[in-house]
Design a protein around this ligand. Structure first.
Ligand code: CTP
Length: 397
């Protein structure tokens, strides 16, 4: 599945560097072309000769060859790669990546790479649990770096805990699922809405909701990984744009409506995941509203329903909506299916633990005219894959 893929393996200076030899061997066996980059510290743990022999190419450490001045261009490397995986990634390298420091070829390549990037951290348990490391990993994850979690067990120090680099077989399995994906949606154009809209009351206050955009971003990422050309119309969120996705930022429900309507005629698939305000202030004060001793009332007007508008002009396209309900879940979701002319509704209930705003998990049911399929509590990435599978089923029907 990795045949012809260009993969950079970055090795940093930790005892788990010996496992990088197996990792490179497995990648080469699966048909990948591997370029190894090592930090100077990594050379103390595993020899360049070993890595060059296994990868079938000279490894690179410095920005240039001190003997003849030959330049190792981090830009060219970044453009060449289909993926970059840093394994093992030490606490030091993770901190530099999070801080944007480029004091090695490995780091400047990371900073200039356009491809998906993953790290497999490896360190002693206390370094792993240190707030600085935790925060650096969070920062990298928010910027779209995939984290291949360290495992728990006996560590080189003799202590036991979380910090062992994931086994090379697990890393390869991850890479295959990540970049070796079948391009089942190649040639399809998808529109995904995500995040919360913001409705201004005056220049200082606004009305919004708790949506973080995680589910919509996971769907955009999943569709792009399957080869679709994805436009993500995004309301407020803290998330980085997934690799391979084009994001259009909007603020209000009206702006999201206009952006979606403008794109719809060019699309084959629409997934309406945004938490769009159903009401917006009828008048927006241009100056800050001053308080008085009286109660106050804000008159709200209905916003236009994006999903319903796209549904009314659906043609042969596939349109998916969401229903987040607190009660009467099935009936409410079924009514949205019909009212908005959707192919299916992804329903989640606020009654279910772990299926609410902000978390990394969801518990979804997919509702079509034919019936309902319910799934267990799982990661939003897994839920996104189920939604993409359902879209593919409808396309191939
Ligand atoms: N939606 C939309 N445009 C709106 C409002 C909602 O596209 N102005 C989409 C959402 O992205 C979601 C679905 O419609 O896919 C949610 O349906 P909706 O009936 O609006 O649900 P609620 O906002 O929860 O409203 P209700 O009070 O009817 O439950």
């Amino acid at each position: 599945m990795l045949s012809g893929k260009h993969i950079i393996v970055g090795i940093t200076g930790g005892i788990a560097a010996y496992k990088a030899a197996v990792l490179v061997r497995l990648l080469v066996r699966r048909g990948a072309e591997v370029q190894v980059l090592m930090t100077k510290a990594a050379k103390e743990f595993i020899t360049p000769l070993t890595m060059a022999t296994l990868s079938k190419r000279p490894i690179l450490v410095e920005n240039f060859n001190p003997e003849n001045g030959a330049w190792n261009s981090h830009i060219d490397l970044g453009c060449w790669a289909d993926a970059m995986i840093i394994a093992p990634a030490t606490a030091n390298t993770l901190a530099k990546m999070a801080g944007g420091i480029g004091d090695s070829l490995l780091l400047t390549t990371y900073l200039s790479a356009r491809c998906p990037i993953a790290v497999a951290p490896a360190m002693d348990l206390d370094m792993m649990a240190h707030p600085a490391t935790t925060q650096n990993l969070q920062t990298l994850a928010q910027r779209g770096v995939a984290i291949i979690e360290a495992e728990s067990g006996e560590l080189a120090s003799g202590l036991s805990g979380k910090g062992r680099m994931a086994e090379p077989e697990c890393i390869v399995e991850f890479i295959e699922g990540w970049i070796g994906r079948a391009q089942t949606l190649a040639g399809k154009r998808a529109l995904v809405t995500a995040g919360a809209t913001i409705e201004a009351i005056d220049p200082v206050r606004y009305i919004t909701n708790h949506s973080t955009g995680k589910m919509g971003y996971a769907i955009a990422s999943e569709l792009a990984a399957r080869g679709a050309e994805v436009k993500l119309i995004s309301g407020r969120t803290q998330l980085a744009c997934p690799k391979g996705v084009e994001r259009i930022d909007v603020t209000s429900a009206d702006e999201m409506y206009d952006a979606c309507v403008a794109e719809w005629s060019k699309c084959d698939i629409g997934v309406m995941c945004a938490a769009v305000a159903d009401y917006t202030p009828a008048e927006v004060s241009t100056t800050k509203i001053k308080k008085s001793d009286d109660d106050m009332c804000i008159r709200l007007r209905r916003t236009r329903d994006i999903a319903a508008e796209l549904g009314a002009n659906k043609g042969e396209r596939i349109l998916v909506g969401f229903a987040l309900e607190t009660d009467n879940e099935q009936a409410n979701a079924e009514s949205k299916l019909v009212r908005k002319n959707l192919d299916f509704v992804v329903m989640n209930s606020m009654q279910d633990k772990g299926a609410c705003f902000g978390g990394d998990t969801n518990k979804i049911s997919i509702i079509t005219k034919e019936g309902t399929e319910s799934f267990p509590l799982e990661s939003k990435t897994q839920a996104a894959a189920r939604i993409a599978d359902k879209i593919e089923n409808i396309i191939t029907k």
